[in-house]
Ligand binder design. Sequence first.
Ligand code: TXE
Length: 500
Amino acid sequence: KFSTAAAIEEPIKPPIKVEHTQLLIDGKFVDAATGKTFPTLDPRTGDVISHVAEGDHEDVDRAVAAARKAFDRGPWPKMTAYERQRILLRAADLFEKHNDDLAALETWDNGKPYEQSAQIEIPMLVRLFRYYAGWADKIHGLTVPADGPYHVQTLHEPIGVAGQIIPWNFPLVMFAWKVGPALACGNTIVLKTAEQTPLSALYASKLLHEAGLPPGVLNIISGFGPTAGAAIASHMDIDKLAFTGSTETGKIVLELAARSNLKPVTLELGGKSPFIVCEDADVDEAVELAHFALFFNQGQCCCAGSRTFVHERVYDEFIEKAKARALKRAVGDPFKGGIEQGPQIDSEQFQKILKYIRSGVESGATLETGGDRFGNSGFYIQPTVFSNVKDDMLIAKEEIFGPVQSILKFKDLDDVIQRANNTHYGLAAGVFTKNINTANTLTRALRAGTVWVNCFDTFDAAIPFGGYKMSGQGREKGEYSLKNYLQVKAVVTSLKNPAW
Ligand code: TXE
C-alpha cells in the first residue's frame, strides 16, 4: 500500500542557498572560539546540508557580555517603546518579504512540508512579531492606593539578559514565541537553537538586524545542549531562562538555574494530550480532526492529541475511518506540492518511534495500519494507527513524538475524565462534541493548559499556551508572556514634604 514516491529517492533541490552558518554575537557573524563546527542534516536523506559553528561556554560568555552591554549601557532598554515597536514591525515586514526563503530553509533543515512552512509557520512568525510590537508601547504599571501619606506606583521594567533554549520541531515559531515578547519588553537575549535546526533562526536574526536591531540585543548560539545549553542555563549573568523541550531536559535546566543564580525559569515541556470523541460526534468530522491533532508536523508536536479516546458507541466506525484516513495520508518529499507528511527530524527520533511501534505490538494493541519506515532512505515513517490501546501500555503513557495514533475506548464522561487526567502531563486536550453541557463538563474537568473544543492546534498569537503538571511552568504567547520578561518595581514616595 505504501509506494515509495520517486521524490523520496531523488530529493527535490531546495530553492535556497545557505548563507549563514556562524554564530551571531554582538551584531556580527563569527566563528566559534574553538573553531569547531558540526553538520546539520537533511532529514530526507541524512546528507549534510552545511557545517555550522559549534558554540560552547566561551561563546556563551561572549554573547552574554554583548547582551549585558546592550542592556546596561546600550540603546535597547533606553530607546523609547515606540522606537522598539517600529523595529519589530519592520522586522515583521522583512520576514513577510522573505517568506519563501525562510520557509525553504525551515523545510530543508526540519523536513516539514514546504506548504506548511510557507503558509502557516512563517505567517505565524510575522503575526507574532506584529502582535508583540503592538505591546511594546502599552506596557505600564499602576498607581496603588496605600494606607498613609504615600504615593505608590509600580514600574514594569525589563528583567535584563534573557537566556532562551528552543527545540527543533517548530524552529521559527519557537523563535518568535521567545524573542517577540522579550524584545517588546526591552530585554536583550542569548538564544540557543536546537542542534538539528540551526539555520532559519540565523537568517531571521539577520533580518532583525536589517530592520534596525542594535548589535548585542539578540545573540544566536548554535550548538549542543550539554555544552552551550547548559552554559546558558547556569550562567551567573543571565537574568531569566525560557526553555522549550523535553520534560527530562526541563528538569536539568531548572536545576542548573537554581544552582547558579536562581534565575526565574519558564518551561514548555512534553505532553500526552487526550483527544476525546464523544458519543454524539459526527464521526467523519471527528476522524479528520483527530487525525490532524496527531499527525500534524509528522506527529512532532508537544501538544499532539496522542491519546484518542473514543466513546464505545462510535468506536468501531471511528477505527475503520481513522485507518482509511491514515492510509490516504500523502507522505513524501516535503518540497513537493500536496504532501502532508515529510520525514522525522533525525535518526534518533526515527529509531525512538519505531521502538514505540514495536512496543505497541508487543503489548497487545492492534496495529490497524502502518508500523514501519516509509521508503528506504531518510527518516520517513508510515502513518500508523493502533486500536485496542490500554491505559497502561507505553504507547498510551509516553510521548512518542511521531505519526502514531493510539485509540482507546471509553464508556462515559466520568470514566474518560479520570483516565484523561491520569498522567503526569497536562499540556493540552481536545474535546469533540455537539453537546454544550458535555463540552462544559469536560473543559472544566480536564487538567490541561489548553482545551480545544471542536478544533485543535489553534495557535493565535494572543492565546496563552503552557502546561499543567510536568508539562511546564508559566505561559507563552498573549499578554501572559509579558510577565515572563518584566520585573515589577514598587516606588513608594512619602507625601509628607519636609518643607511643609
Ligand atoms: O529534546 P531536548 P530532544 C520531546 C520529544 C522528543 C524528546 C527528545 O518527546 O522525542 O523530547 O528530544 C537543549 N542543558 N520534545 O532530545 O533534549 C537542546 O540542545 C541545556 C518535546 O531534542 O529537550 C535543544 O535546544 N539545554 C518538545 C533543547 O534543549 C539542553 C520539543 C531541546 O532538546 C540540554 C522537542 C542541557 N543539558 C522535544 N540538553 C516540545 N515540548 O515541544 C538538551 N538541551
